[in-house]
Design a protein around this ligand. Structure first.
Ligand SMILES: Nc1ncnc2c1ncn2[C@@H]1O[C@H](COP(=O)(O)OP(=O)(O)OP(=O)(O)O)[C@@H](O)[C@H]1O
Length: 265
């Protein structure tokens, strides 16, 4: 049974204490997470990496309150009444195909004065390079543009916490690099609390203040590193020797975990 605490303490946005998740699928019971504990400080950018299937998305969904843990304690931010406590961005964008770009962003906004809501939505569409596409439908956009809509929607909610599940994972390499830069700039300007799942060690080190590496399933924290690069941060940081060293260190640990699936923790 999961215990949940809402917190208005800005130092701790999210925490998981000894969180486990047991799924009952077609092949029988499966522990996705086992005794996972982590702490996410308010205003920090935390990246979660780990082998495929280790429970990263499950963890994010539990932190968001979209999924219930089988046991353990979860701390998540309190709703302030004006904005949702958290906004979620999915890998496949989660935009609604029957709504225009503008209406997709409006859909995520708290109720209120329509003119003000439209102004906020337009502002975020402008900040993500989508001015002029307000009336377009998602099928008329590229994959990168659809992801921009999803990111606009998350920022436009005004939520102080963004949970992002591989938001750039489905994009081609060039679009992904451009959007990493854009996301870096947006997050630095807004200083949100971000928990960001990615398969890419480079992306994690470029964007994050901290990288948490999750073990093979059942997932728990295997190691974590503080990212030492100042902000505002430029993509050029990837050429620094320290960046390369950290990437090698993380890859060493990750390589050990890939293909290691534990029957029981
Ligand atoms: N609703 C569910 N029912 C049964 N099993 C599930 C369910 N959701 C996830 N799982 C299983 O739990 C494990 C962890 O899944 P999860 O999607 O959290 O991993 P992940 O690390 O995000 O994977 P990837 O990196 O491949 O996206 C997987 O083995 C998955 O098959």
């Amino acid at each position: 049974m999961q215990r949940t605490h809402a917190t208005s303490d800005t130092r701790t946005a999210f925490a998981a204490h000894q969180v486990s998740k047991l799924f009952f699928g077609g092949d029988g019971p499966l522990w996705a997470l086992r005794d996972m504990s982590l702490h996410v400080a308010g205003g920090s950018f935390t990246c979660i990496v780990g082998p495929s299937g280790c429970g990263k998305s499950t963890l994010l969904r539990i932190l968001a309150g979209l999924e219930e843990a089988s046991s353990g304690e979860v701390v998540r931010p309190e709703d302030d009444g004006a904005h949702p406590a958290t906004a979620f961005v999915f890998q496949d964008s989660g935009v609604l195909p029957w709504l225009t770009v503008l209406d997709n962003v409006l859909f995520g906004l708290p109720p209120g004065n329509r003119r003000e809501r439209v102004a906020v939505a337009r502002e975020w569409l402008a900040r993500t390079g989508l001015s002029g596409f307000e009336s377009a439908y998602p099928h008329q956009l590229s994959g990168g543009m659809r992801q921009r809509v999803a990111i606009s929607r998350a920022f436009a909610t005004g939520s102080p916490c963004l949970l992002m599940d591989e938001p750039l994972g489905a994009l081609d390499a060039q679009t992904r690099m451009l959007m990493q830069e854009e996301l870096l700039a947006l997050c630095e300007a807004e200083r949100k609390t971000v928990v960001f799942v990615t398969h890419s060690l480079e992306e994690a080190l470029l964007l994050g203040d901290r990288v948490i590496l999750v073990s093979a399933r059942p997932g728990r924290v295997r190691t974590e590193v503080e990212v030492p690069f100042d902000r505002p941060r430029s993509p050029d940081v990837q050429h620094h020797a320290e960046f390369v060293d950290l990437r090698f260190h993380l890859w060493d640990v990750l390589r050990d975990e890939v293909g290691t699936e534990r029957a029981e923790a």
